[in-house]
Design a protein around this ligand. Structure first.
Ligand SMILES: [Fe+2]
Ligand SMILES: [Fe+2]
Length: 445
């Protein structure tokens, strides 16, 4: 049987693709969800007739990676990337909408030269296997479901009966397929696909919201406990978990405004919001400078998580303050408070270096986040004595500050990215900073 290699993380979407491809293209689907496995599968690429990859899997940007793989491995099989647009070449097709299953199937059929008549004329046995997982998400049987017991097809559930508990039990027993009447297969898979697409749309929203809520909780917990030394390791773990969630969230977010609204509904607090949006903007920059890679994204998100934590009590005490430099010029602050403001970058850097397993170098980045290598005070002039990643943090923060000030003036008004770029070019004179600023033009607002 023809085989398709499907590269996507596990979950509902993977099931949708897998089942649709196997039913409509009459192809066995080999699912892989990590990059090393993909490379291993490609060693036997002659087994496959088609590769379908999601655009972002296992921290890998497949839009960038696939063309390199095609050249390096000499891949001649038609390849489709789903979820984002990119540069098409004779063997590589991009499909932007990840939930447009007919489009994905149509493109696959086209590159494989399969016609609708051919699809309809496939000779299939009387009963057709469907993954239990695919049906499991539905809770109810969409049609009569059969089990294959010693090569006999036994009715297991009639249409519309509840199957969720029993399907779970079957899975635990190692049964992974239901069978349906083959004649119904196209209709049933089409119908299930529609239902699941709806679920998926809702669940991805819920997921992001849920993630944002978890981050808000973790952030609070972190701020409340970071001073207690015995909580050190636990706190380190929470910071790690939260940063991981933040990386997920900034990766799956479509634009800055959506993220702003999501975070604002959790907590209308400058420290929290500028931390989260800063991570989003900095991740975008890292992914768009020529030397950036995914490990930088993890690092930079963590930097944001920690960078201003010593300012938390001050933000709570002076809620009207909307930028860090406002603290610097605020006459109300006491001497001790002023000292904290001037030293917050240095102190956070020291704290992070005392947490075991924090990624190498993030203490230095935190120290440099106001453009001063010692971590004391705020730079008047931004120079080349801080690391390139620190420059990204600095620019992302400045950008977010500008963005939030515009949102503060009028929350509905469209945001003009060019005015932000102009503002930043005015503030940062050196070429090394301006190169970073350039990448903001493509940021989704
Ligand atoms: Fe900050
Ligand atoms: Fe700061």
């Amino acid at each position: 049987m023809r085989k398709t290699l499907l590269f996507i993380e596990k979950g509902l979407l993977a099931q949708l693709y897998k089942t649709n491809i196997s039913v409509y293209l009459e192809s066995e689907v080999v699912l892989c969800n990590n990059y090393l496995d993909l490379i291993k599968q490609l060693e036997n690429m002659e087994e496959f007739i088609l590769i379908v990859a999601y655009y972002y899997v296992d921290h890998t940007d497949m839009i960038k990676e696939m063309p390199t793989l095609i050249t390096e491995k000499g891949i001649k099989i038609p390849t489709i990337i789903v979820g984002e647009s990119g540069q098409d070449t004779p063997n590589l097709t991009h499909i932007k909408e990840s939930l447009n299953i007919p489009n994905i199937l149509g493109a696959s059929a086209r590159v494989l030269n399969i016609t609708a008549q051919m699809m309809a004329a496939y000779k299939v046995p009387e009963y057709y296997p469907i993954d239990i997982e695919f049906i499991y998400y539905l809770n109810k049987a969409p049609t009569s479901l059969f089990l294959n017991i010693n090569n006999e097809y036994v009715l297991f559930a009639s249409k519309d009966t509840s199957i969720s508990d029993i399907a779970q039990d079957l899975k635990e027993e190692g049964v992974d397929k239901f069978y349906i009447k083959s004649l119904e297969r196209l209709e049933i898979v089409g119908r299930i696909t529609e239902t699941l697409k709806e679920k998926l749309k809702q669940s991805s929203k819920l997921n992001s919201k849920f993630k944002a809520e978890l981050i808000a909780e973790g952030f609070d917990y972190f701020l409340d406990h970071y001073v207690s030394p015995e909580a050190g390791q636990e706190i380190g773990k929470i910071a790690n978990d939260c940063s991981r969630l933040m990386t997920d969230l900034v990766t799956e977010s479509n634009d800055l405004n959506a993220l702003f609204m999501a975070f604002r509904s959790n907590k209308d607090n400058y420290l929290y919001i500028h931390t989260m949006l800063g991570s989003y903007v900095a991740s975008h920059i890292v992914r768009n400078v020529p030397w950036g890679n995914e490990t930088h994204v993890d690092k930079i998100v963590m930097v944001f998580f920690f960078h201003d934590l010593y300012l938390a009590p001050l933000y709570a005490k002076y809620p009207e303050i909307r930028s860090e430099e406002d603290f610097n010029n605020n006459a109300e602050l006491g001497r001790q408070e002023k000292h904290t403001v001037l030293n917050h970058a240095r102190l956070a850097g020291e704290l992070v270096s005392s947490i075991k397993k924090s990624p190498i170098g993030i203490d230095q980045l935190i120290r440099q986040h106001h453009g001063v290598s010692t971590g004391i005070g705020f730079a008047d002039e931004y120079k080349d004595d801080v690391s390139p990643l620190a420059k990204i943090v600095i620019i992302a923060e400045s950008f977010v500050e500008f963005y939030l000030s515009k949102r503060g003036e009028n929350i509905q008004a469209p945001f003009d990215i060019l005015s932000a770029v102009e503002y930043l070019n005015e503030k940062f004179k050196l070429n090394s900073y301006r190169k970073i600023i350039e990448t903001l033009i493509t940021l989704k607002i």
